[in-house]
Design a protein around this ligand. Sequence first.
Ligand code: BGC
Length: 530
Amino acid sequence: MTRIPWWRNAVVYEIYVRSFADADGDGEGDLQGIRSRLGHLRDLGVDALWLTPFYRSPLADGGYDVADYRDVDPRFGTLDDFDALVADVHAHGLRLIVDIVPNHSSDRHPWFQEALAAPPGSPERARYIFRPGRPGERPGEEEPPNDWPSAFGGPAWTRVDDGADGAGGGEWYLHLYAREQPDFNWRNPEVHREFEDILRFWLDRGVDGFRIDVAAGLFKDESFCDLAGRDRRVSNGPIYSRPEVHEVYRRWRQILDGYDGDRMAIGEVWTDGPEDLALYLRPDELHQVFQFDLQLAPWSASAFRDVIDAAMKAVAPTGAAPTWVLSSHDSIRHLTRYEHPAGIPGTERARAKAALLLLLSLPGSAYLYQGEELGLPEVTDLPDEARQDPIFERTGGELAGRDGCRVPLPWSGEAEPFGFSPGGVRPWLPMPPEWAPMTVEAQASDPSSMLSWYREALALRRRLADDLPEDLEWLDSPGGTLYFRRGPLTCALNCGDNPVRLPSGTPLLTSIPLYGDLLPGNTAAWLRTP
Ligand code: BGC
């Protein structure tokens, strides 16, 4: 039998480092906190962990603004802590993926500081993207070099402060995200060398893979032409998925392949079509890309089916395995997204349980987001002054931003900080008092808890994994439902509100106790295929 590399059908658990577990008592999660909680992840039954950035950073965008790519931020620990974490993760039989942020650095990165201090046209400025502005409508006014928007609101350009000596030279710099995140100039070979070296730095320390942030954005069209109303994500438009980006990942693939142990890379690639995704998945490029459509789909059997078909079709030409996501640190938690439009209480929890069976029975790998195993909802009522996501500030409060899915995890106890931090410490985002019954401690010994459900489903998936083919076969099913088969496993999902007849097979796992051969609304079942 051919050996399947681990990442092809792995369940990967995303750790938002700042919010997972705080060992040193500063109210923010850290690497030692993760080490102390590895037992939870082993018991949960995931295969790998993905850590969001823990590098030196002013945290203007939660760490996606890196000031030193080869060091750990003191808030999160030290390089020694990292080495100890890698060793422990491996000793627990898990793999470790780290985030790499190549599109932009922090404005505190030494290169950007050097660029600001250097004149226009200098080699220091050539590591980033500086351009002169355009004349404004009125005399003496100046506008950004083009109309590109920042993904976080407002323009993607900030004018360099000229200072008293006029040293800024009147240039603007590009930042597709916050102004504290200047974009690198990937047309400069120095940037390539730097990132290749950074990859080796972490590979040498034993990481099993990388999650590549904004993977499609590195190259911009040299004309810097206006978007003029086009979607910023349109592939081969001025901003995303320029052909040159593929050379970079082919080189990175060679580096990964130079190490033993199935090292991998998964790209965060937002594109406007499946053809474009496939370009990243050539056998000599990235191993995987995130396929976000399940996360974007409403609670609807037909929407799910369309998404699944499209995702399978997108990877088919390359032979890559698909990836599935319901929640992440960038999106509204799916439990909250799945609230019943008529407000029927409890539906969101039933749906989240059912959605897990869908996620875990699809071919390919599943990416879970910390806290979904506890059934955490989005926190929608954070006070404005607590919010830290730059989206909130850059849209003048119009968009709440992503803090609501980043509230620290509740581990134990009856009140904040719920074991997240040592007692008496206030976590960096306030934790709702209603979370007392949702702690890991409260759920661990309750067989009806969401945590027990996740453990059970993950354990069964692991037991079945070797017998499941890498494709699926749709079965006829009543309206509002999805039935499909993967060899010995049949999955049935009822997205409607009314019961339907189950497909044939022996029930293996059901998200609610069954009555006869009926599958109630908003539930799912796994059956042994007859
Ligand atoms: C990350 C975000 C981050 C952005 C800029 C995204 O893809 O997932 O959390 O804000 O990149 O780095």
